[in-house]
Design a protein around this ligand. Sequence first.
Ligand code: FCB
Length: 443
Amino acid sequence: MSEFPPHFVFGVATSAYQIEGAVEEDGRGPSIWDVFSHTPGKTARAQTGDVACDHYHRYVGDVQLMKDLGVQSYRFSISWPRVRPEGVGRVNEAGLDFYDRLIEALLEAGIEPMATLYHWDLPQALQNRGGWTNRDTAKAFAEYADVVFARFGGRVSRYITVNEPWCSAVLGHAFGIHAPGLQDFGATVAAAHHLLLGHGMAVEAFRGRNMTAEIGITNILTDVLPASARAEDTEAAARMDVFLNRWFLDPVFQASYPEEIGALGVDSVVQPGDLERISTPLDFVGVNYYQRQYVAANQEDPLLRAALLPPSGERTASGWGVEPDGLVRVLQRVTSGYTKLPIYVTESGAAFADVLEGGAIYDDKRTAYLERHLQAVLAASVAGVDVRGYYVWSLLDNFEWAEGYDKRFGLVYVDYETQARTLKESALWYQRVIGTRTLHREG
Ligand code: FCB
């Protein structure tokens, strides 16, 4: 039996495009994900976020679910195209009003709001001008962020500027599997830099307002291990680590890019003062953790001369390995290598093939997954990491980007035909963990 420290926060996380639906309501403008998901061949079964979990209309019930579970904090994202339909200029008050109602409902339920400002839904109007490859997008982001700060101030306890800039930059601009669907490495390097610059400029805007709230960034961190002790594998793993982790950690906490990123041409987009802005001090660090990767040297790979080995052992429905120890290691790494700021695990969770049986979902694998990752958080905490909270991805089954609706990550099962919500067994387990602030081995 292990107990969590008194101030440790148990949360759940979602993002706007993945749950809200109502894409044409109350003046919302189109985002790159509307365009991408409506482009044939881009998402599984051509699914889109048009309706998703209809959370835009059902947020009252969803907040009640969280309250029933005893959830202490809710991490959601604010949709930029609801607030500024063209990305810049005109503010759409009706869009802000939705988040106002959501925040009020959360506060009334005693749930601390944590708001992400960018969870991948760039206004399409900005994409038409180059999106994140265009430096002006960073400025537009900071201006939109400032509109949000002005409206919600300290009613949101913690703001996250950008969610996983690695995914936005690389999946969206190099691999083409996320919006905007490019496959261009030059665009990727520029987009990555401007995402980080937008982050830094938003933090500056936040500091200019003297708010009581806190601000941070969320990176997805991967635990990278060499496939063997041979020098060529350890060197390949080091290159992979630059690509997966250091690219987005070094500039934020050390005001520099790793040399290897310089070699990819980042210098052509970095202007004097950018790295100082990107490294504007934060209040906390968000870490999303899903995977460990074993890396072997592979001369055929032109970029990194490295290959990812398929995970051995247990896998989730996404095909990702289950490696809770990797979470301990990434948390320790942030603390020992980068910053002593408090850390929140802003996403952790898994998709499994859930089956609704007589009104219940016996998702033992998810419960075991969460139990082991919470145990990892405790281990990191004992090892001296200042980890203050854990947000399960996700509250609800939702639109898993290019994978569509088939990958269910929720504590709550969503029937997409009726929009009925059913608590999975893992949700009831989480409720007990939160209630007792203790992990009991189940079964
Ligand atoms: C993360 C994303 C989140 C969700 C999970 C499974 O990379 O931030 O939106 O898709 O993966």
